[in-house]
Design a protein around this ligand. Sequence first.
Ligand SMILES: Nc1ncnc2c1ncn2[C@@H]1O[C@H](COP(=O)(O)OP(=O)(O)OP(=O)(O)O)[C@@H](O)[C@H]1O
Ligand SMILES: [Mg+2]
Length: 239
Amino acid sequence: MDLIKLVSIDKYFDKQVLSNFSLNIKKKEIVGILGPSGSGKSTLLRIIAGLEVPDKGEIFIGDNCVYSKNKFVPPEKRNVGLVFQDLALWPHMSVKKHLNFVLEIRGISKDKREKEIRKILNLVNLSEYIKSYPSQLSGGEKQRLAIARVLAQNPKILLLDEPFSNLDPVLKKELKKYLVDMQKNLRMALVYVTHNPAEISDIANKIVIIREGKIIQTGGPTEIYKNPKNSFVRKFLEI
Ligand SMILES: Nc1ncnc2c1ncn2[C@@H]1O[C@H](COP(=O)(O)OP(=O)(O)OP(=O)(O)O)[C@@H](O)[C@H]1O
Ligand SMILES: [Mg+2]
């Protein structure tokens, strides 16, 4: 069964940003969305999360239609977690508060919140920073906090917008391993946006290459590297 189904999405800002964009994502899949700067990657994630409204098309999450001509399900009812490109952490809140805030909105009782906070911080290896504020964290720790905050939503779908863009290669590798393990344990679909093919090819089940808001090629990483559809894909993958 498809967990996310996008059907012929169009989105316009000053110009058309997504055109006739259709994509199916299965439960437990890791999908890499690849495309140059300005190709519509962040817009696509924001549309799935419900933070932008398309101009045309339909979106299904599981069996539910969350967007169509006469329907719009708001972000908080979609069960989708988005880690923003700029992280958007709350400077005045400690690590603990970031998670507590989200759990409280979900209506989780105080006792359960304490337990859940410990569990999530353990998962992203931030337990020792429970009292720290974002300004006291390194780049990698901030990224992990942004991921932890989204996990507190208990999403069925995790959307990551260039999650590792500012990290050194060692940390990148470490965090990637976290993500893959976490995704296995939590059985979420994971959609990972980047303009760097090397970052995603080793973990993705499916790669979607986009250019100017249109899908150019979809397939498994091996398939795409073996049979790039055109010179754009070849050039983009640097092969
Ligand atoms: N709120 C907005 N208002 C007007 N134009 C926008 C808005 N958001 C995005 N755009 C435009 O839509 C296009 C796609 O933007 P988007 O942020 O989706 O690209 P991207 O693929 O994520 O790029 P990058 O790799 O640089 O993050 C760009 O031309 C951008 O300027
Ligand atoms: Mg972007």
